[in-house]
Design a protein around this ligand. Structure first.
Ligand SMILES: Nc1nc2c(c(=O)[nH]1)N[C@H]1C(S)=C(S)[C@@H](COP(=O)(O)OP(=O)(O)OC[C@H]3O[C@@H](n4cnc5c(N)ncnc54)[C@H](O)[C@@H]3O)O[C@H]1N2
Ligand code: MOO
Length: 405
């Protein structure tokens, strides 16, 4: 048994530096495929997509009203006693075409028929309330630039522009290698004594689905150098990105970094940020390898912060600025050690103000943590938070996740 040689080596980046390092180190050659419009949600465009038509294709009314000829109003509101529908005016509804010689729309609220003939109450401006051809979508307009993630409104836009098939990037294949002699497949009804359920693959599967990547979950690999090397080789042949889980720390069976050091190229041995400190980054046979800590909490943070960044890089997405809100800390906290700390917190609302409660992943159960955690508060090394202090909390989802107390 030996104490591992790789301990506390390398740059030990903060969360942000790790993301920047990934952006500098990694690039991908992505293939393109076509998908049907109805299957395009969350896919990323591989080319600029030009419209096939302009909209509207004729002038249309912006409101319900009557279409008139602007020239009839050159000298002010004319005498309209003898005006007839289909002659001096026509009825036009919102979004319906208004065809020459009619060129101006008067809202129905600004006319009166109660006396048995048309009365116009307000002088219209020439051309008012008419959408010209191409005013919604121009003839040659780019509907979506390359590298756009397709949202529901964008799907509607593509339909409006006459696009049925969308060129998108093929989803990246991400291999997940679970490692550890103590693990048993999560599907087992009864766990043998001393065994732990291998559940990180399922969490990562979910993240990959959410991030639009294709999961390749490999079988559990025992803590054996040759078996680990073989699994990495298989993953490198099949996947664009490799995740190797656990075996990342100082235990007697923690071989992951030794193998990557001997057979690959390690850029980051561990982070300068907890939890998830034992995340690493390497290349193996030219493929990027994200090392994830074994404990599910560390693995979760690595997936949220670094796996998502790798997929964003693959899809040509810019760095994201995470939305945060100012909250009152209802706790005091000073991390031990030299690393930054990403505090998991429960943000809640009381008396119309936001507060944050500290969640300590090491002292609460995982169901409690996952039911409560709706934000992160990033604390650089050496800093502390005192109760009552205002701090910035990054929201995991939307404001709807915040509850009252
Ligand atoms: N002496 C020290 N011990 C530890 C340190 C340290 O600095 N000095 N760091 C601690 C921290 S922080 C972490 S994080 C862990 C890192 O552990 P490993 O990545 O080496 O993972 P293992 O030791 O193999 O397993 C730890 C734990 O995680 C469970 N695990 C692993 N894989 C899975 C999976 N796929 N699904 C579910 N759970 C999994 C495993 O069964 C263990 O319970 O090291 C600390 N120790
Ligand atoms: O790497 Mo460990 O996840 O810091 O908790």
């Amino acid at each position: 048994m030996k104490y591992h040689k790789y301990i506390e080596k390398g740059p030990m980046p903060s969360r942000q530096s790790m993301r920047e390092l990934l952006r500098k180190a990694v690039s991908f050659n992505c293939s393109i495929e076509e998908v049907d419009l109805l299957d395009s949600l969350d896919r990323v465009t591989a080319q600029d997509i030009k419209t096939k038509r302009e909209l509207p294709n004729l002038p249309t009314g912006k409101m319900d009203g009557i279409g008139v000829k602007a020239k009839d109003f050159a000298a002010g509101i004319p005498d309209t006693h003898s005006w007839r529908e289909g002659c001096e005016y026509v009825f036009v509804n919102t979004g319906c075409s208004i065809i020459p010689p009619y060129d101006t729309l008067i809202m129905i609220e600004d006319v009166d028929f109660s006396k048995g003939h048309l009365i116009i109450k307000k002088l219209p401006k020439a051309g008012q309330l008419v959408d010209l051809p191409g005013s919604t979508i121009r003839r040659d307009e780019i509907l979506l630039p390359r590298c756009t993630r397709i949202t529901p409104p964008l799907m509607g836009l593509l339909a409006a522009g006459g696009i049925k098939k969308i060129p998108v990037f093929v989803k990246p294949k991400v291999a997940f290698i679970p490692t550890g002699d103590e693990l048993s497949p999560w599907q087992e009804e009864t766990l043998p004594p001393g065994k732990n359920a291998e559940s990180n693959s399922v969490m990562v599967y979910g993240f990959l689905q959410k991030y639009q990547a294709k999961p390749l979950i490999l079988p559990i690999v025992s803590d054996d150098r040759e078996a680990l090397k073989k699994a990495l080789q298989t993953a490198a042949q099949k996947a664009d990105i490799i995740i190797i889980n656990a075996g990342s720390s100082k235990g007697t069976k923690d071989f992951t970094l030794e193998i990557l050091e001997d057979e690959g190229n390690i850029l980051v041995y561990e982070l300068g940020c907890r939890p998830g400190k034992h995340s690493s980054f390497s290349f193996f046979r030219g493929k990027p390898v994200l090392g994830m800590a074994g404990p599910p909490n560390g693995a979760e943070l690595a997936a949220r912060f670094y796996l998502s960044e790798l997929i964003d890089i693959y899809y040509g997405q810019k760095e994201k600025i995470v939305a945060s809100i100012t909250v009152n800390a209802d706790f005091s906290f000073q991390p031990t050690g030299k690393a930054d700390f990403c505090i998991q917190a429960h943000v809640y609302k009381k008396n119309n103000e936001y507060y944050a409660e500290l969640l300590n992943a090491k002292t609460v159960t995982r169901p409690y943590l996952l039911q409560k955690c709706n934000s992160f508060i990033y604390l650089p090394a050496g800093q502390r938070i005192d109760a009552g202090e205002k701090v910035e909390a990054e929201l995991l989802e939307g404001r709807e996740t915040i509850d009252w107390r």
